[in-house]
Ligand binder design. Structure first.
Ligand SMILES: NC(=O)c1ccc[n+]([C@@H]2O[C@H](COP(=O)([O-])OP(=O)(O)OC[C@H]3O[C@@H](n4cnc5c(N)ncnc54)[C@H](OP(=O)(O)O)[C@@H]3O)[C@@H](O)[C@H]2O)c1
Length: 367
């Protein structure tokens, strides 16, 4: 069984989708068809691709890109003129392809499933042609908290994020490097590209991701609230978020405080999250370590180990959600604190959409 697949968008997420398809031996029928706003040759993964142009001004010709494709991964930009808003529905109507979208345009549409395979793959049926993948910070949080919700029913979540610049897009990684160079050369960064971040990000943290909304929260924070409720199927779940951009290239971290209805202590939470059958996609890094590489960075070998953003770049962790610092919240009944990190470009985006397609294949929806 093999699948004719397309990719729209060749930024860091598009690049990681190509890598994930290859690493997972996704059964492609023929070459992956690739499109962006301009035609050119691009290296994605380690392969060169002829990128086709999609243009609204040449709508009919551009739409032919989708002809014959079974599934299309969207990794373009969002908004009214964005990739999935322009092309997904016409491609479905004209050619019947399944479209899996990394962007936010359709996430809260009641007719579009919002899917994290470890949590709610059952939301995808043969009739759901358009499938949305959540925001990167939402994905890693629900992978970590869903198994705990199964065990003790979550009442409330308070989350603070520490999000890498690559969450904005490829241009933000260049912006951080350039600002850091100027900082080293001149001792300060007095300007920045305001189309990326509102203030310099070099050696600073910005509690501002996406636009501010009338309620004082940012769009990113409300995405975490609303998407978590939709994925977990708990429309009135209490979730409150503070989203912070930090000068890290890749990898989002989150400090999560959870209140449960039933009792769940830190040891039990650690056991649940350490069991791949109960907590697929999670790796617990929490407790004393005997890893000599880990000890090298610490004063005392008995110190607790914990994951950081740098760990998600390691090959064995790049598609996982790493959880540590699991401890009882001693200020409330049935409260827990934990820390989680994941690669925002992989599990936060590319890996999630490739996993969705792979499971659709397994379930006979695709192929
Ligand atoms: N970065 C993350 O951590 C993350 C996590 C979860 C979800 N996402 C979402 O994933 C998507 C891609 O992210 P990214 O970081 O790779 O973005 P990016 O660096 O901005 O790249 C966007 C790509 O999409 C193409 N594109 C934009 N508008 C298009 C249109 N109307 N038609 C066709 N192609 C179009 C661009 O084409 P050109 O190259 O020709 O300009 C570019 O190749 C975004 O929707 C983002 O919100 C990102």
């Amino acid at each position: 069984m093999s699948v004719r697949a397309g990719l729209v968008g060749v930024g860091p997420v598009g690049d990681r989708i190509v890598r994930c398809l290859k690493e997972r031996d996704f059964p492609l029928a023929g070459d992956l068809c690739v499109a962006a706003t301009r035609a050119r040759t691009e290296t994605l993964g380690d392969e060169e691709f002829a990128v086709q142009a999609l243009s609204e001004d040449d709508f009919e010709n551009s739409l032919e890109f989708f002809e014959g494709l079974d599934v299309v991964f969207f990794a373009g930009r969002e908004g009214a003129k964005g990739a999935s808003a322009t092309w997904a529905k016409p491609a479905i109507e004209r050619y019947g392809c399944y479209c899996i979208d990394n962007g936010s345009d359709f996430r809260m549409d009641p007719d579009v499933p919002l899917v994290v395979p470890e949590v709610n793959m059952e939301a995808v049926t043969p009739d759901t042609k358009l499938i949305a993948s959540p925001n990167c910070s939402t994905i890693q949080m629900v992978v970590a908290i869903w198994p705990l919700h199964q065990a003790a029913t979550i009442k409330r979540v308070v989350v603070s994020t520490y999000q890498a610049v690559s969450g904005w897009g490829g241009a933000a990684q260049t912006e951080l490097c350039e600002e850091l160079e100027r900082l080293l050369e001149c001792g300060c960064v007095d300007n920045c590209d305001p189309s990326i971040f509102p203030r310099p990000i070099a050696l600073d943290c910005l509690p501002h991701i996406d636009r501010f909304l009338p309620n004082g929260y940012t769009k990113e924070e409300m995405k975490m609230v609303n998407e978590t409720r939709k994925i977990m199927g708990v429309p009135d779940l209490k979730v409150t978020a503070t989203a912070v951009r930090v000068p890290v290239q890749i990898g989002h971290a989150e400090a999560i405080n959870i209140a449960f209805e039933k009792s769940l202590d830190a040891d039990t939470a650690r056991q649940i999250l350490s069991d791949p059958a109960q907590a697929p996609g999670v790796v617990v890094i929490d407790g004393p370590t005997d890893d000599p590489n880990a000890i090298e960075f610490r004063n005392a070998p008995e110190e607790l180990q914990y994951p950081t953003q740098a760990d998600v770049l390691r090959d064995e962790y790049k598609d996982m959600v790493l959880v540590g610092r699991i401890r009882d919240d001693e200020t409330v009944p049935h409260g827990l604190n934990l820390w989680c990190v994941a690669d925002n470009l992989r599990k936060g985006a590319a890996t999630n959409v490739v996993q969705i397609a792979a499971q659709m294949l397994e379930q006979g929806i695709l192929g």
